[in-house]
Design a protein around this ligand. Structure first.
Ligand code: 13P
Ligand code: SF4
Length: 304
């Protein structure tokens, strides 16, 4: 089947099932093109909550579909590839968070949405890469604990007077990028701005002209007056960057900047998910209610 006919079949089934297709900015180009909405974790979780569709098909990784299920209990949430997980989310458990709370009584736990529903349920508030600084400041406490990403936490620490303690998790895809690799690319493209994701190491962040979530990067690059931009995040984002700015050259900070989990979902999987009505992602109600409270507090802090 061609991409065109697959897309046509997917779109027809979406209409038939009263379903909406959401795709993260790291998804394969043809999946992004077939989607109703593309975006970062924050944008997609908000879209998931707003939509009046009966079914949400989430092209992303498991925690994202879980977030949609937490925010939209009346909708069916499908994850086309059940094996699309996030290694960083798997680096912390609910027991770990309970232990942190016991050891640090009174210290609010701010949890990156790249985490399981159980972990969110144990947290005071969630954050995304787009609103982590704002949410942490809004918590107000002099000491805060960020989990699970050590790099996001260290980036937040640069932008607040609060003491930031953190879990030592990381995104393998972003953590792999080293400062020397960025310096090499910079030497090949002198003067090109470098935009990095906050999941990158602090020494990589030191070299960045801007630090943004994926959607933040898309807005930043569109407005940027530059011929070439060095991109410090997963290569899926290049699809949209090139669409928005065909005259600009986008260069990855390292050649194989790929999250294998984000690349699992093919249009065939989306079609199959719609045909069969699987794989349904659910969250037990007692967990869902507490995780939703943490996500709601994030959305509230983001608004203020
Ligand atoms: P954002 O799109 O929210 O920046 O998230 C990056 C990411 O790694 C998602 O898995
Ligand atoms: Fe997880 Fe990193 Fe992949 Fe995002 S890019 S899903 S944080 S492993």
């Amino acid at each position: 089947m061609t991409t065109e006919s697959l897309t046509r079949d997917v779109r027809a089934l979406l209409r038939d099932r009263h379903a909406i297709l959401l795709a993260h900015n790291y998804q394969r180009p043809e999946v992004q093109d077939a989607a109703d909405l593309t975006g970062d974790s924050l944008g997609l979780s908000q879209a998931a909550a707003r939509t009046d569709a009966r079914v949400i098909v989430f092209c992303g990784v498991h925690f994202m579909a879980e977030s949609a299920a937490i925010l939209s209990p009346d909708k069916t949430v499908l994850l086309p590839r059940m094996d699309a997980g996030c290694p960083m989310a798997d680096m912390i458990t609910a027991d770990d968070v309970r232990r942190i709370r016991d050891e640090l009584p009174g210290v609010p736990v701010v949890t990156y949405v790249n985490s399981s529903a159980e972990v969110k349920a144990e947290s005071d508030v969630c954050c995304t890469s787009a609103n982590a600084v704002k949410v942490t400041r809004a918590v107000g406490a002099p000491r805060v604990y960020l989990a699970p990403d050590q790099n996001l936490a260290q980036w937040v620490a640069r932008h607040t007077d609060q003491e930031v303690l953190y879990w030592k998790g990381f995104c393998p895809t972003h953590h792999r990028l080293r400062a020397e690799q960025v310096l090499e690319v910079k030497a090949r493209f002198p003067g090109a701005p470098f935009v990095a994701h906050p999941e990158c190491r602090p020494e990589v962040i030191d070299l960045a002209d801007a630090v943004r979530s994926t959607s933040g990067m898309i807005d930043y690059c569109k407005a940027l007056d530059a011929d070439t931009v060095i991109v410090g995040t997963e290569e899926g984002v290049l699809h949209r960057l090139r669409k928005d700015s065909p005259a600009k050259q986008f260069v990855l900070a390292y050649p194989d900047f790929v999250c294998p989990n984000m690349k699992l979902t093919a249009l065939e999987d989306v079609l199959e998910a719609l045909e069969r009505g699987d794989h349904v992602v659910t969250v037990p109600e007692s967990t869902r209610v507490r995780a939703k409270a943490a996500l709601d507090r994030m959305l509230q802090a983001g608004r203020d």
